[in-house]
Write a protein that binds this ligand. Structure first.
Ligand SMILES: Nc1ncnc2c1ncn2[C@@H]1O[C@H](COP(=O)(O)OP(=O)(O)OP(=O)(O)O)[C@@H](O)[C@H]1O
Ligand SMILES: [Mg+2]
Length: 242
């Protein structure tokens, strides 16, 4: 049995009258590569908020590396090796690429490595040549790459990627998929990747979880999920027709 890096038990997220997550239970084993799909508003980003300390769940339990996380701040998640990107990049627009990565490194309090790690992660995401550019002046796709570098600079074990390939062409999405695969190997990461680009996602990940109206309606191999009638009805039918 390999180590469980993340466990959710009965997780709810109630926003006033809206239940954005409803009784979600799932676990992630160390080293897994999981995709999360589902329609707009299904609760995918909310799930990331719940498992990175950004918005704690209103009920249920989240454990990271076996530790109960109730009442912990995002910084505690970071220390335990959880790093994430945001659907709308949260970078410091007036700072350079390098200074953004340096800030993330400091926030993550990553031990040792220092400058070396900062340069290395910029190189890893293909931004070494852009390190002195002003982050806010770059197009969104580059800002998302920067966010991946910032996440890596915290020395994560679990990397949560929220639509890092949004708005890209199919070919570019494939490139992002290859980059994630590469990083996963090089940095020994467990990866959870939210993306609407189902075709690429399904052939890249090992396991897919499907959210619909805040409920986990499927969790299995890409083959199992693609053949699941509930998933086809809720999401895939519509995506394929699009
Ligand atoms: N902080 C919040 N306060 C109130 N409602 C919220 C909040 N965050 C999300 N919601 C609502 O929760 C539901 C789930 O939103 P969420 O952003 O998690 O969806 P999603 O699956 O990430 O969608 P998309 O694919 O469009 O990114 C939506 O109805 C959204 O409006
Ligand atoms: Mg989202």
């Amino acid at each position: 049995m390999s180590e469980l890096i993340l466990e959710l038990k009965g997780v709810d997220m109630q926003f006033g009258g809206l239940k954005a997550l409803s009784n979600i239970s799932m676990s992630v084993r160390r080293g897994e590569f999981i995709g999360i799909i589902g329609p707009n508003g299904a609760g995918k980003t909310t799930l990331f908020n719940a498992i990175s300390g950004v918005i704690p769940p209103t009920a249920g339990e989240v454990r990271v590396a076996g530790r109960p996380m109730q009442g912990r701040a995002p910084n505690d998640y970071c220390k335990l090796g959880v790093a994430r990107t945001f659907q709308t990049p949260r970078i410091f627009p007036d700072m350079t690429v390098r200074d953004n990565v340096r800030f993330a490194h400091t926030f993550g309090n990553a031990s040792g490595q220092g400058i070396e790690l900062i340069e290395q992660v910029m190189h890893a995401v293909g931004m070494a040549g852009a390190s002195n550019e002003t982050a806010g002046a770059m197009p969104p796709a580059r800002q998302r790459q920067l966010e991946i570098a910032m996440a890596l600079a915290t020395s994560p074990r679990l990397l949560l990627l929220d639509e890092v390939a949004a708005g890209l062409t199919e070919g570019e999405v494939e490139e992002v998929a290859r980059l994630i695969q590469q990083l996963r190997g090089d940095y020994d990461l467990t990866v959870v990747w939210i993306e609407h680009a189902v075709k690429t996602l399904m052939k890249t990940v090992e396991r897919v979880a499907v959210l619909n109206f805040g409920e986990l309606i499927a969790d299995g191999t890409p083959e199992q999920v693609a053949a699941d009638q509930k998933v086809i009805d809720a999401y895939l039918g519509e995506e394929e027709a699009a």
